[in-house]
Write a new protein. Structure first.
Length: 129
């Protein structure tokens, strides 16, 4: 099965399994965030929020990021690519050192699904909504 990688104008970026003449499973859509190196991206499966690391060229999954857990709804690389912010359906945001796969900190806003994350000031601060 091939993957169709699409950046939709004004909308989320998506990955969909593709077959000749159409999509293999229209219910399987991943949101993704390109890494600062423009060679990798993190994909979030909309069905269960599981994250995975992909290479852009050649396109392929490199690693399932099980340490990030499930129910993830937002992901953002820091500008330097060393830190990853991940938000979930329950309102929790976790900040990770991506190289060591260790959590740096987390905080929660219960009952508020995390929609977007953004780093500011070289990666030292961020916002969520």
């Amino acid at each position: 099965m091939a993957l169709l990688l699409a950046a939709l104008p004004g909308g989320p970026r998506e990955i969909r399994p593709a077959v000749a003449g159409g999509l293999a499973d229209p219910g399987w859509v991943c949101r993704f965030k390109p890494g600062p190196d423009s060679k990798h991206f993190i994909a979030l499966d909309n069905r269960d929020g599981v994250a995975s690391l992909w290479s852009i060229l050649p396109l392929g999954q490199l690693e399932s990021l099980s340490f990030l857990g499930t129910n993830n709804t937002a992901v953002r690389w820091s500008p330097d690519g060393r830190t990853l912010a991940v938000g979930d359906r329950l309102g929790t945001v976790r900040i990770w050192n991506f190289a060591t796969r260790r959590a740096i900190t987390n905080f929660a806003n219960p009952g508020t699904q995390v929609g977007t994350l953004k780093f500011y000031g070289g990666g030292g601060r961020f916002s969520m909504d």
